[in-house]
Design a protein around this ligand. Structure first.
Ligand code: GDP
Length: 451
């Protein structure tokens, strides 16, 4: 999501390398490139100018700091200033003292509001809350139906209510919202998330309706959902919503697309409201809390190991991992069944691309960000399909898999005999590698060194 900006910043830092001191001249050259990198990434002009001024002032003032090389100094200053633009701390989620707390979702049609409503509900559920969802889009039955489907998919409570279609209008919206809040309280739900009507553009009617909802529900959060792919348009509509409603935060969706990231760097500055979450895919779990310092880490090419580890902690089955380690290291114990299990575990971490993107693009992982473009996500599925097409006996003992069985497996999995051969070869190599590690080549040798 920030590859472009990241790459361009790296280049401007590279040009500084070898300079003994920071001079007005080399600062100006670096700043010109940083400015261009920000503008090309669609960062709002006012934000760019302010950022550059801050960086210049600090860079000139830091000439005496001798512990760092000039490049390191500039990198550190740019890092700090980017964190400042995004807001230093991770924004907290607010609840009202009297449940249910109401979260009002605002945004234009197509921004990802309904999908995000479900993602947020799932995130809150994981945190031990009991959210109820309601759609008050009385104008588009399909929108209400969509929320019903996604609510079901994550097993969240939904208040459906009844519509008097003939009278559809703000009164109807307010009636539904009032009923939903009462229903949430009756069901013991501590949060009500209200998915509101979206429009193609901002108009007075939409804003009046949102204002009426705000007055009625007294929400603890008004979250503006913005499609990051729309760049400056997202920033402008965030500003318009904020002028009318005073939003408490923003959620940027579609950060998995080729959004240049400028919206992320501009929204906070333009509205004063922090970004609270990012949407990174269509599925309910493609959603992350927004941590300014981690995002800046990604922008600066330092990766985001913290998020990666959190994801592993959250989604991987620890018992399985330990069991696997024990079995695999005896070498012979590692079957094709285990291989498939491991693949499934890795897949739980997200797409291969999303994992690779969190690794630093400088240092030992340099060049990985290029490799990301060539990752074949289908490969995992093909391998899994091949193993699925084997019988339990074959999975337990790969030596059974002779020529005719290979043909059958290829046909069953929609692959070729060559694909099956490749997989079996890889599997044999892994088995051998684990065996060596278990018998003293790797882990045991390491243990000896540490004892
Ligand atoms: P709404 O009209 O604002 O309620 O938007 P929807 O929730 O219906 O989303 C519009 C489209 O964007 C749908 O196809 C969603 O699957 C898609 N979408 C939403 N969030 C994301 C995201 O973070 N990444 C991607 N790739 N697609 C998303």
């Amino acid at each position: 999501m920030f590859e472009n900006l990241s790459e361009k910043l790296q280049r401007s830092f590279k040009n500084l390398r070898g300079e003994g001191t920071i001079s007005d001249e080399n600062i100006s050259e670096a700043l010109r490139e940083i400015r261009l990198a920000l503008l090309e990434s669609d960062v709002n002009l006012a934000v760019v100018d302010e950022l550059i001024e801050h960086i210049r002032t600090r860079a000139v003032g830091s000439q005496v700091a001798t512990a760092l090389s000039p490049t390191e100094q500039i990198v550190k200053i740019v890092h700090d200033e980017l964190v400042n633009v995004l807001g230093r701390d991770t924004a907290r989620f607010k609840f009202s003292s009297q449940p249910p707390s109401v979260i009002l979702m605002a945004g234009l049609q197509g921004s990802g509001k309904t999908t995000t409503t479900a993602k947020l509900a799932q995130w809150l559920k994981k945190g031990g809350h009991r959210p109820m969802l309601v759609s008050v889009d009385v104008y588009r039955p399909a929108a209400r139906e969509q929320l019903k489907v996604v609510a079901q998919s994550i097993s969240a409570q939904l208040y459906e209510g009844h519509l008097d279609v003939k009278g559809a209008g703000t009164d109807e919206v307010l009636r539904l919202a009032r009923e939903a809040k009462r229903e949430a309280a009756n069901y013991g739900c501590d949060i009500l998330i209200v998915d509101t009507a979206g429009r193609n553009h901002i108009d007075a009617e939409l804003m009046d309706e949102m204002a009426a909802l705000k007055k009625l529900l007294n929400p603890s959060e008004i979250l503006f959902v913005a499609d990051a792919m729309t760049g400056q348009d997202a920033v402008n509509s965030a500003k318009a919503f904020n002028d009318h409603l005073t939003i408490t935060g923003a959620i940027l969706t579609k950060m998995d697309g080729d959004a240049r990231g400028g919206a992320a760097l501009s929204i906070r500055h333009v509205t004063g409201a922090p970004i609270k979450f990012l949407g990174t895919g269509e599925k309910p779990d493609a959603f992350e809390a927004f941590h300014p310092d981690r995002i800046v880490g990604r922008i600066m090419g330092h990766g985001d190991i913290a998020t990666l580890l959190e994801r592993a902690e959250e989604r991987l089955d620890k018992g399985k991992a330990e069991q696997f380690a024990k079995k695999a290291l005896t070498g012979d114990g590692f079957t094709l069944e285990d291989f498939r299990d491991q693949l499934r575990q890795i897949k739980k971490m997200g797409s291969m691309k999303s994992i690779l993107k969190m690794l630093p693009s400088v240092g030992p992982f340099a060049g990985m960000s290029k490799a990301v473009e060539n990752v074949d996500e289908g490969q995992f599925n093909r391998v899994e399909n091949i193993i699925n097409s084997m019988t339990a006996k074959e999975r337990a003992d790969h030596e059974l898999i002779n020529g005719s069985r290979r043909k059958r497996i290829a046909a069953g999995s929609g692959t070729t005999v060559q694909d099956v051969n490749n997989l079996l070869r890889q599997y044999a190599q892994m088995r051998k590698m684990f065996k060596t590690m278990g018998s003293g080549g790797g882990i045991k040798a390491q243990q000896r060194m540490l004892s």
